[in-house]
Design a protein around this ligand. Structure first.
Ligand code: PEP
Ligand code: CO
Length: 453
């Protein structure tokens, strides 16, 4: 049954509303041709998987599971190569193992990948030496080089993005389904990179302990623990480019609902979450579990409007609020947000993005984030949710499986000066593999010591 609110909805109804952050294309006919082609191409995911994820998120909402959502700020088409995909999958699997061990709950793994190709920008243009060109909006839209040709929005990139997303997810899923993610064989995920001795030892102890637990249960039950050891993997990206999302949105008669089948779990970014805007209009009509980024600028009325508009039926698992207040503001902003949502009488899944409120400029002029601030925001989030009788059901992290130097701090104590060495992000700074694993360990340790209540 569809609610009365969504009966006037269709996958292009957002076009009647103001749409922020959309590129301007010079050739509308070429754009329409591409959108028509994308609408005919097969979906990247299917509605059964989307429904399965929603049910798992509903469990997280009840405090019975924990969501690990992570990946690059912006994927590039160049990232669509086996080594990069394997490394990203490995770090997510390692983190999830550590979290499983520490939190003693099933971990839902959702990559920020296979479609994270479009970026919101704070300004539409960029000026260098008196020349003004459109901003780079991600590989789905244009190219980063500073020339007029590179910065022109190219509709064909929508097709290239769809293909790369499909190739990436196909490979990730084949690895997972083929046994790569089996908890009996965490050695498959060894990145060979964890050089920091203490981190390595701590990780080995966790692997050993999970191995012992599996042996124990399989010993007494006489059969393999399949349920717990078979790992699912889901994809997510910011649903920013609405024509791209619309083209992959299909009405599924069997479910009697519309689904965005470009990914399992799209989210609305901070800059496009206006109640009257096109993104909220588009998202309210799709049946996927969806996320919304929540920042300090969102007051109670705005947040309540989002909750009731996006989930009028209060369906469990439907709405994930991804708060990203920053270590500095979370203590004042989060209690108000929890209270505001509580007043609606609705339940949501709360997760914390400790990255986007903690971005700063390093002494060398590079965008960075301090590990200590990331950890502090997470600590505060766990503590405040517990104090208020709420539940922090997941984390949303920008990370990479590579050995980059983009965020400072962590066990290795990276400084501003180290950032020059391997700074590769074209957008936001990501945790490198060691920092990401360390963060998972610290969350796990702190939960075990009941520091989070
Ligand atoms: C992002 O997730 O990369 C992003 C732009 O975040 P936000 O919308 O929270 O600013
Ligand atoms: Co980002």
């Amino acid at each position: 049954m569809r609610s009365p609110e969504t009966t006037s909805w269709h996958c292009a109804s957002w076009q009647a509303k103001p749409a922020q952050q959309q590129p301007v294309y010079d050739d509308p006919i070429a754009l329409q041709r591409v959108v028509a082609e994308l609408s005919r191409l097969p979906p990247i995911v299917v509605s059964w998987e989307v429904e399965a994820l929603r049910e798992r998120l509903a469990a997280a909402q009840r405090g019975q599971a924990f969501l690990l959502q992570g990946g690059d700020c912006a994927e590039t088409f160049g990232d669509c190569e086996s080594d990069t995909i394997v490394k990203k999958l490995k770090i997510l699997l390692q983190m999830s193992l550590v979290l499983l061990h520490g939190l003693k709950k099933p971990i839902i793994r959702v990559g920020r990948m296979a479609g994270q190709y479009a970026k919101p920008r704070s300004v539409d243009t960029e000026t260098r030496d008196g020349v003004t060109l459109p901003s780079f909006r991600g590989d789905l839209v244009n190219h980063p080089e500073f020339t007029a040709a590179a910065r022109a929005a190219d509709p064909d990139l929508l097709l290239r993005g769809y293909e790369r997303a499909a190739l990436t997810l196909n490979f990730a899923r084949a690895l997972v389904d083929g046994g790569f993610a089996d908890l009996h064989h965490p050695e498959y995920w060894d990145l060979g990179f964890i050089k920091h001795a203490e981190l390595k030892d701590a990780y080995q102890r966790i692997i050993q302990s999970i191995g012992d637990a599996l042996d124990f249960f399989e010993g007494i039950s006489g059969s393999a623990v399949h349920e717990a050891t078979q790992v699912d993997f889901y994809a997510s990206h910011e649903g920013l480019h609405l024509l791209y999302e619309q083209a992959q949105t299909r009405f599924i008669p069997r479910q009697n609902r519309w689904y965005n089948l470009s990914t399992h779990m799209p989210w609305i970014g901070m800059r496009t979450a206006k109640l009257e805007g096109a993104h909220v209009e588009y998202f309210r009509g799709i049946a996927n579990p969806i996320g919304v980024k929540v920042g300090t600028a969102m007051d109670a009325a705005w947040l309540q409007g989002l909750v009731t508009t996006l989930n009028p039926q209060n369906q469990p698992g439907r709405l994930t609020l991804i708060h990203r207040f920053g270590a500095k503001d979370i203590a004042t902003a989060l209690p108000k947000a929890i209270e505001a949502v509580r007043e609606t009488g609705q339940t949501v899944l709360w997760i914390c993005d400790p990255m986007h409120g903690n971005t700063e400029t390093s002494t060398g002029g590079l965008k960075t984030r301090r590990f200590e601030n990331i950890l502090k925001e997470l600590d505060t989030a766990f503590r405040l949710h517990a104090q208020m009788g709420s539940y922090l059901g997941g984390v949303h992290i920008e990370l990479t499986g590579d050995d980059v130097t983009e965020c400072t701090g962590g066990a290795r104590g990276l400084t501003d000066a180290d950032l020059q060495r391997a700074y590769r992000s074209t957008v936001d700074p990501r945790l490198n593999h060691e920092q990401a694993l360390e963060l998972a360990m610290l969350i796990a340790e702190r939960s075990q010591s009941r520091r989070y209540g």
